[in-house]
Design a protein around this ligand. Structure first.
Ligand SMILES: Nc1ncnc2c1ncn2[C@@H]1O[C@H](COP(=O)(O)OP(=O)(O)OP(=O)(O)O)[C@@H](O)[C@H]1O
Ligand SMILES: [Mg+2]
Length: 270
């Protein structure tokens, strides 16, 4: 299907992704999600935040999740990120059934495999960029020197080598989000989950952060799942999954992802 967005200069070609597992060689998909539901009950109020979502994600994909407010995007990311378990349905991550795991097992998977980035950067204000990035390594058995080196490397990956001793209030919003991304990367996770990472940034800085995700994806093969309300940002990824009322209403490959630095057209948002 070809969708023409209200872009002035470009037409985005999208192809639906097969509902079945795409056959990409002998490797199984990294993430296999089938008929996922999440029901929240608060008194008499029952919310079906996820209502039968199914999809696979291959290792190394860069994809966007879109959908209106309340459509279940963050709920889905919490489950994919092993912060929460579904009410029903199955979630297989690297051949392990996550939906059967207890809290300790979930925490173990999170610390080894998942990095999170949020709209608000959630940095500790009284510590340097470097110390913020070192935080997830606090409870590892590695020496302080190794933790420091790893954190320096992560800050270099996000282009902040010159700012490692700055505190958050000495950094711009985009730089603070880069620190948060370095913190998410420092454990070398297989999946980076970003829930509206550009939501608190102006459009130019948001595009720079998108460029960083593209670089991480191209250079280091990171699997990146990004929630965004911004269609222009989403079209920098290779695949867009759209949710509505807890269901997947479309799942399309983006044949010509925009390159970071592309000028944003005037009428950009969904
Ligand atoms: N912990 C919770 N308890 C009760 N209801 C919840 C909880 N978390 C989410 N919900 C409800 O589930 C639905 C989906 O919420 P979710 O946060 O996943 O939406 P979203 O797509 O991320 O929205 P937004 O774009 O505003 O961030 C909403 O109706 C929300 O009120
Ligand atoms: Mg949300």
């Amino acid at each position: 299907m070809n969708i023409s967005l209200p872009f002035t200069h470009t037409t985005i070609a999208e192809q639906p992704v097969s509902q079945n597992t795409p056959d990409m060689g002998t490797d199984k998909p990294m993430i296999v999600i089938h008929n996922l539901t999440k029901v929240f009950t608060m008194g008499d109020n029952v919310v079906h935040a996820l209502d039968g979502a199914s999809f696979n994600i291959e290792k190394g994909e860069l994809l966007a999740i879109m959908g209106p407010s309340g459509s279940g995007k963050s709920t889905l990311m919490s489950i994919v990120g092993c912060l929460d378990v579904p009410t029903s349905g199955s979630y297989i991550l690297d051949d392990s059934p996550v939906e059967k795991m207890n809290d300790n097992q979930l925490a173990d998977i999170r610390s080894r495999k998942i990095g999170f980035v949020f709209q608000q950067f959630n940095l500790l204000s009284r510590t340097s960029a470097l110390e913020n990035v070192m935080l997830p390594l606090t409870y590892t058995n590695q020496s302080g020197r190794i933790n420091r080196e790893k954190s320096m490397q992560a800050l270099e990956m996000v282009g902040l080598k010159e700012r490692v001793y700055h505190h958050p209030n000495e950094l711009s919003g985009g730089q603070q989000q880069r620190v948060a991304i370095a913190r998410a990367l420092v454990n070398n996770p297989s999946i980076l989950i970003a829930d509206e990472p550009t939501g608190a940034l102006d459009s130019k800085t948001g595009a720079e952060i998108m460029g960083l995700f593209q670089n991480l994806h191209e250079e280091f093969g990171q699997t990146i799942i990004m929630v965004t309300h911004d269609a222009f940002i989403a079209h920098h990824t290779d695949r867009i999954i759209r949710l509505a009322d807890g269901r997947i209403i479309s799942d399309s490959l983006n044949a010509n992802p925009l390159k970071a630095g592309t000028l944003r057209p005037d009428a950009e948002n969904n």
